[in-house]
Each structure stands twice: as structure tokens, then as C-alpha cells.
Design a protein around this ligand. Structure first.
Ligand SMILES: NC(=O)c1ccc[n+]([C@@H]2O[C@H](COP(=O)([O-])OP(=O)(O)OC[C@H]3O[C@@H](n4cnc5c(N)ncnc54)[C@H](O)[C@@H]3O)[C@@H](O)[C@H]2O)c1
Length: 425
């Protein structure tokens, strides 16, 4: 830790002692070691999981602050963390923040690092504020829901590089050791030049929470965020972005020139409200004519699959997203024989090592912004029914969501209609 952080720590530690609560574990006090102070924003399933993994990654870390839009989510997360981690995860009430401005309060609370795990809509602003404050960042995928959000993330990426702070994405397959080894083989020519890529993400729909009488439109939508394009970006952006990221990884961050797509809403109409599609089929086209294809679907009682089928000049590679076991045919007989630790834990192990200076600073910004943008571009091609160029999608003026945040009325945005919905809307 640098001197400024050290001084802040001493100040903050005395302040905490003064109000009679401390999150400092006994060993930190006894051994006079400065803990890494972690704040997390978005205390749901992934936020709580990531907080656990960050603590597991560094015994010299504490959860310092928490923020959520809703008090009940924060309280249940704190309980789960206390059950799992004990006093290292105990956050005093004065550093538990609730509301739309909770993120800024967590960032300003004296943390060294933040975990950003709200619904994706809020991610660009949260990344920007954290990077501006020179915090190390772990941010879940996807990074944004529209071009304007991605443009902001690109700015934050530049600033994090200037600051020398870590910016790690939750594109977790990048931290899956067998998959990482397979991509290394691919990039080293194990199947020759990659000629085409076909990725599937077929799964069941995610959860739905029935609306309560006292919920405003915004509360209802935020508690059911996966069903609203302004919050999740639709499932192609929220979930299948993992597959898009692997396409982007295989093409070594080369920008596709355009996307065409089909998509629609068959089962959602009968099962749920919300305005998202339940299936997409996208073709990404690269400047040399190569194509990558993505099929994704969230439907019940249907065949589930999460595979990547990669065809190269001299062989093929298949990667299963759920089993994590890559297989090669043709010119390569590569078989991964190393360990396969939990990729969510590997993310935080590597981030803590980078924060300690035991490995180079991490900045995932370039690929995380581009993979997110490719998923948005695919969605926009399906929503509009048009061939959409990467640049037009990136520079689109559409900003999804309400202009101001409040738990108030917000009419359900219309379901997109291919042929009628515009890129700039
Ligand atoms: N990498 C992975 O495999 C993986 C797995 C699951 C989720 N995720 C990602 O993690 C993120 C969170 O997903 P989740 O499953 O934890 O959802 P969740 O609904 O369980 O948690 C989201 C939390 O954010 C809170 N929140 C909403 N708006 C907020 C705001 N403006 N400020 C502060 N808090 C706010 C919610 O109240 C909720 O507690 C999503 O982007 C999702 O795509 C990634």
C-alpha cells in the first residue's frame, strides 16, 4: 500500500474504533499489517460470491463497505458473508449504504478496491467513478447495455491505464485455466487460421419475482432486471456475452465490421412480462470475409447447450462452456492436463496478486469493452432487422433507461420490432 492509503487506513481505523465497531481482524491488529479494504456495490448473488472470493484470495483483506439499491438485499448479503467469513466480512452500519448513490458512498469510504456487481445498466457510471477515484476495480460482465455506456467504459479503460490501477472484468472464461490454455493453442496456430466460429448459449429463462403492490415501476423492473433491456441489455448482452467474448478472444480483439441477426420473443410473451427477446441468431462479419455465428436462447423445456465450435484451416476445436474441457481435432492433438480450479476464484487470486505487485497490473478494458459492444451490436441487429456496423452501434445515440433515477413510474419500454425499431431511438 502506498503512503496515502496507509494514512487513510490509520485515520479510518481510529474512526471505526471511536464508534465502537471494527472490521479489522485480530491478526491485522496484532501483526500491524494494513488490510486491503474491499467495497462492493450490488449485494446480490454474484456480488456476495465475488466478495467471498476476494477474501479467500487474500487473508490480508477485509470487506470495508457495501452498497445496494435495496436494504433487504444488502442485509441478506451481509448475513451470508458473516456466516461464511466471520469478522473479516463484518461491515459496520455506517459503511452500509443503500440507494442509487450508494456506489459513490462506498467508493468514498476509504476502500482500496471495489467489486461492481449491480445489473449491467449501472456499470459504466460505477466504473467511471471508481477509476476516477483511483480504486482497483473488479467489474462483472457485461460492462454496459448501450453504445454510450461502452464509450464511457473505453474512457475509463484509458484512465485506469494512466492511473496504473487494476481493472479486471468478470469475463470469467479468461480466468478458466483449461480454456485459457486452449486459446493459447489456438493463437499459436494449433488448428491453423481460424476460419469460422459458431457459439451456442441455450439455457432456461432466469428467475422472475412477482410484482408486489407497493413496488413502483422502477422497483419492479430493478428487482426483475433480467427481463428489461435497459437494465440487462437483454440476454444476448447479459448472458451470451460470455460466448461473444470467446469469439472476440479467438479473433484476438479484431473488430467485426458488421452484424446481421434474427431474434424474437416466443415464450416470454406467455411466461413473463418484461421487454426482452428470448432468442437471437447473429452473424458477425470481419473485414476479410470470415464470419462468427452466435445462437442464444432462454426458453424452458428446451435443449440446453453452451458450446463453441471453431473451425480452422487445419483442424477444429470444441469448447464446452459448462464442462470447460476443450477438444481438438485435425493437426493438433492438444489435451489439457493441468489443474482446473474454480475460475471465479482464479479471477480474485490474480487480482489480489496484481494489487500486491506480485504480477503485472491487470487491465481487461480493451477486450471487455469490445466484447460487450459486439453483444450490443448483435442485439441491435436483431431489434432493428438491419445490418448494423460496429461503428454505428458504438456511436448510436440511444441511451436505454430513465433519464433520472428514482423509485417512480417508468412505463415499460416497448418490445423491439424488427423493421420498425431504429438504432438511434
Ligand atoms: N461472470 C458470471 O458468470 C456471472 C454470474 C452471475 C452474474 N453475473 C453478473 O453479475 C451482475 C449481477 O448479477 P447477480 O446475479 O448478482 O444479480 P442480483 O440481482 O442477484 O444482484 C444484483 C444486486 O444489485 C443491486 N442493485 C441494483 N441496482 C443497483 C444500483 N443502482 N446500485 C446498487 N445496487 C444495485 C440489486 O438490488 C441486487 O442486490 C450482472 O451483471 C450479471 O450479469 C456474472
Amino acid at each position: 500500500m502506498n503512503e496515502v492509503t496507509r494514512r487513510e487506513f490509520v485515520k479510518a481505523a481510529s474512526a471505526v474504533t471511536a464508534v465502537g465497531a471494527t472490521t479489522l481482524p485480530a491478526w491485522a491488529v496484532q501483526e500491524n499489517r494494513d488490510p486491503i479494504k474491499i467495497g462492493f456495490i450490488g449485494c446480490g448473488g454474484r456480488g456476495t460470491g465475488a466478495a467471498n472470493q476476494a477474501l479467500n484470495a487474500n487473508e490480508n483483506a477485509v470487506i470495508w463497505a457495501m452498497g445496494d439499491a435495496f436494504e433487504d438485499r444488502l442485509t441478506s448479503s451481509q448475513k451470508a458473508l458473516l456466516d461464511e467469513q466471520g469478522s473479516r466480512a463484518e461491515v459496520p452500519k455506517e459503511r452500509q449504504f443503500v440507494g442509487f448513490d450508494a456506489y459513490q458512498k462506498v467508493i468514498d469510504s476509504g476502500v482500496d478496491m471495489v467489486i461492481l456487481t449491480t445489473p449491467p445498466h449501472f456499470r459504466p457510471a460505477h466504473i467511471a467513478a471508481a477509476v476516477k477515484a483511483k480504486k482497483h476495480v473488479f467489474c462483472e460482465k457485461p460492462m454496459a447495455v448501450d453504445g454510450s455506456g461502452v464509450r464511457s467504459v473505453m474512457e475509463s479503460t484509458k484512465l485506469a491505464k494512466e492511473n496504473g490501477t487494476n481493472l479486471m472484468s468478470g469475463f470469467c472464461w479468461r480466468y478458466n485455466l483449461p480454456i485459457r490454455a486452449a486459446f493459447k493453442q489456438l493463437h499459436n496456430g494449433a488448428i491453423g487460421d481460424v476460419r469460422s466460429y459458431f457459439a451456442t448459449y441455450y439455457s432456461a429463462p432466469l428467475w422472475t419475482k412477482p410484482r408486489k403492490e407497493n413496488w413502483s415501476d422502477v422497483e419492479w423492473q430493478m428487482r426483475n432486471w433480467v427481463h428489461f433491456d435497459w437494465l440487462s441489455g437483454d440476454h444476448i448482452v447479459e448472458q451470451a456475452c460470455h460466448s461473444v467474448d470467446k469469439i472476440n478472444w479467438a479473433f484476438q480483439n479484431e473488430t467485426p465490421i458488421s452484424a446481421t441477426a434474427v431474434g424474437g420473443r416466443e415464450m416470454h410473451e406467455r411466461l413473463e412480462t418484461g421487454n426482452v427477446f428470448d432468442h437471437f441468431g447473429v452473424v458477425y462479419e470481419y473485414s476479410d470475409g470470415r464470419r462468427a455465428h452466435l445462437h442464444c436462447r432462454q426458453m424452458p423445456f428446451s435443449y440446453n447447450d453452451n458450446n463453441d465450435y471453431i473451425t480452422g484451416a487445419t483442424g477444429t476445436c470444441t469448447m464446452n462452456g459448462w464442462s470447460g474441457a476443450p477438444t481438438f481435432t485435425g493437426s493438433s492433438d492438444f489435451t489439457y492436463i493441468g489443474q482446473s480450479p474454480n475460475m471465479y476464484q482464479v479471477e480474485h487470486n490474480e487480482l489480489q496478486e496484481a494489487i500486491r505487485g506480485d504480477r503485472p497490473t491487470v487491465n481487461d478494458g480493451d477486450f471487455m469493452a469490445q466484447s460487450t459492444m459486439m453483444a450490443i451490436m448483435g442485439r441491435e441487429a436483431a431489434y432493428t432487422g438491419q445490418k448494423v456496423s460496429f461503428n454505428d452501434a458504438l456511436n448510436a445515440t440511444t441511451v436505454l433507461g430513465p433519464k433520472e433515477y428514482a423509485f417512480a413510474d417508468f412505463e415499460l419500454p416497448a418490445v423491439a420490432q424488427p423493421g420498425a425499431t431504429k438504432l438511434n431511438r
